[in-house]
Design a protein around this ligand. Structure first.
Ligand SMILES: [Zn+2]
Ligand SMILES: [Zn+2]
Length: 239
């Protein structure tokens, strides 16, 4: 009962009083990502990915060329994974608050930042379809937010469209408990295609945090085996 009240209360507060920054608590002034609860000062110190990135997983490259050490010999279906942030510091804290704290209005900020990515021109937005990676069904049943779905929904006002095409199977293990080999095997058994969906010629997958890329790769494989074309993926952060 308490958790239901707390959830409702947080969502209601988000809708009525979205102006307190989730990182510093100060009042959020006029920002382009309104009504997301993030102030301009905290936004400036977030860890955006800059500089050369791995062509596959999107992580920042330090001394490598084109691909990181993990991706150098990897066979991948996706042409690239495009992250907005590094998963560290203030950016990781913001994403963590979004994923666990039920602050649904942060979706507006993440959608705004995704829409600002150089790779996502207006042409790309209008000619592709976003497909969000679904949450575990247990998570939805316990009343928690489908945060990736919420970002996809927020992206509509930036000229994108999306389609929910995937289903996370009940009982599938959480990826974070597994090593790399385990993640690849688990991811390939964790998703199914929703029935009665048309095939789509240009899909961009959307997820929150990419660690090994196993989840995105499994989703891309499933969609492509069923006649869709997946071009790339966008994630909030590469870990
Ligand atoms: Zn702040
Ligand atoms: Zn890589």
């Amino acid at each position: 009962m308490y958790s239901i009240f707390r959830k409702t209360n947080n969502r209601t507060l988000d809708a009525i009083f979205p102006q307190h920054c989730v990182l510093c608590g100060s009042i959020v002034g006029a920002v382009p990502w309104f009504p997301a609860p993030l102030c301009a000062s905290c936004e400036r110190i977030l860890e955006f990915i800059s500089g050369p990135r791995c062509k596959h997983c999107g992580r920042e490259l330090i001394s490598e060329n084109e691909f990181c050490m993990d991706c150098r010999n990897a066979q991948t279906l996706l042409a690239g994974i495009i992250p907005v942030f590094s998963f560290r510091g203030n950016a990781a804290s913001l994403i963590h608050k979004f994923k666990t704290g039920q602050r649904i209005s942060l979706a507006h900020y993440f959608a705004y930042r995704i829409s600002m990515l150089d790779e996502l021109t207006a042409d790309v937005a209008s000619s592709t379809c976003l497909v969000p990676v679904p949450p575990r069904p247990e998570k939805l049943r316990s009343g928690q937010l489908d945060q990736v779905g919420a970002i996809a929904e927020s992206l509509i006002k930036f000229g994108f469209h999306y389609e929910k095409m995937l289903l996370r199977l009940p009982g599938s293990s959480q990826q974070k408990m597994l090593d790399r080999a385990g993640r690849l095997k688990n991811a390939s058994q964790s998703y199914a295609l929703l029935s009665n969906k048309k095939t789509i010629a240009k899909i961009i997958l959307l997820d929150d945090v990419c660690t090994t890329g196993a989840t995105l790769e499994a989703c891309a494989k499933l969609l492509m085996e069923n006649g869709n074309k997946v071009v790339s993926a966008i994630v909030l952060a590469a870990d």
